[in-house]
Design a protein around this ligand. Structure first.
Ligand SMILES: Nc1ncnc2c1ncn2[C@@H]1O[C@H](COP(=O)(O)OP(=O)(O)OP(=O)(O)O)[C@@H](O)[C@H]1O
Length: 273
């Protein structure tokens, strides 16, 4: 790869909170979401630093999507608060200026071509024309989509849609990118490109909030991991530290940690926060 994914943009450093030196890209305080009787997210206190790749893990139904939807200001919390890049998560307009989001189903229009979709998105994000063109060319090339860029998305495979959605989530160089299963449906080469791209973006100070069930990906690229269980953060720390805390074996994996902290049994790592 020759071009850094950050290269064509003008922003070289992401903002910290109004020059106070606050390095927190995401912070939540007692963040809670209830759906009727169900507490999907339960008093979550989360801190993610700028430039982190935060692997957000948890079993099905643990509350990951609900958390991300609150952090991206799509869903109001029942109680508690949160800030993303300094903006309150109850202020959708302020939050949206700073974030990119790849949800489970990428928000792309079937009747557009990938190029049209990405140009449209760049316009919505107030990028200038030359910046949009340059960025699109770089990222389409990087994700092997150049030849299909002028075909309608309706004709795309699942992986091609996923790549288009991912480019859309990062092309405007957001302060924080929320990526839900970014490698889902991708072939091994494309999946590797995604992992390398995430690492490079974080090196350029973008914060990547990564939700995935593919633990080797997290083990490889996450600088910090948070494991959610029943709406609560039951373990948090750098992957190597979490593995070290597990006393059961010399060479534990993140999967061992995950299984240990997401059972009803008392865990070896206990609550590690
Ligand atoms: N719109 C909704 N109405 C009622 N309950 C909901 C709603 N959305 C989610 N829930 C419940 O909230 C809990 C958390 O769901 P959420 O989708 O956040 O989990 P998740 O960790 O993203 O799961 P998965 O890994 O399966 O995607 C679950 O018990 C789910 O049934």
């Amino acid at each position: 790869m020759t071009n850094s994914p950050n290269e064509p943009t003008t922003a070289t450093e992401h903002e910290t909170d109004t020059g106070t030196g606050d390095r927190r890209a995401i912070v939540t305080d007692d963040l809670t979401k209830e759906y009727g009787e169900t507490t999907a997210v339960d008093s979550l206190d989360l801190t993610v630093e700028h430039g982190a790749v935060y692997g957000f893990l948890g079993p099905n139904g643990a509350g990951k999507t609900t958390t991300i939807r609150m952090l991206t200001a799509l869903l109001p919390p029942t109680s508690g608060s949160g800030r993303v890049a300094g903006a309150s998560i109850t202020d959708r307009e302020a939050v949206i200026d700073h974030i990119g989001y790849l949800p489970e189903s990428p928000p792309i229009h079937e009747e557009f071509t990938a190029r049209e979709q990405l140009e449209y998105h760049g316009g919505l994000r107030n990028m200038d024309r030359s910046q949009i063109e340059e960025r699109i060319e770089t990222l389409l090339g990087r994700f092997d989509l150049t030849d299909a860029a002028d075909d309608r998305i309706a004709t795309y495979s699942k992986g091609m849609r996923q790549k288009t959605g991912l480019i859309q989530a990062i092309m405007h160089d957001p302060t924080v990118a929320f990526l839900d299963e970014p490698t889902a449906g991708l072939d091994p080469r494309a999946a590797r490109t995604v992992r390398e791209t995430i690492t490079e973006l974080a090196a350029g100070d973008m914060t990547v909030f990564l939700s995935t069930h593919i633990l080797p990906v997290v083990e490889e690229i996450a600088t910090e991991v948070g494991i959610l269980y029943d709406g609560q953060l039951v373990a948090e720390g750098p992957p190597a530290e979490l593995k070290d805390r597990l006393e059961t074996s010399e060479d534990s994996t993140l999967e061992d940690v995950f299984l240990d902290v997401t059972t009803e049994e008392p865990s070896a790592t206990d609550s590690t926060r």
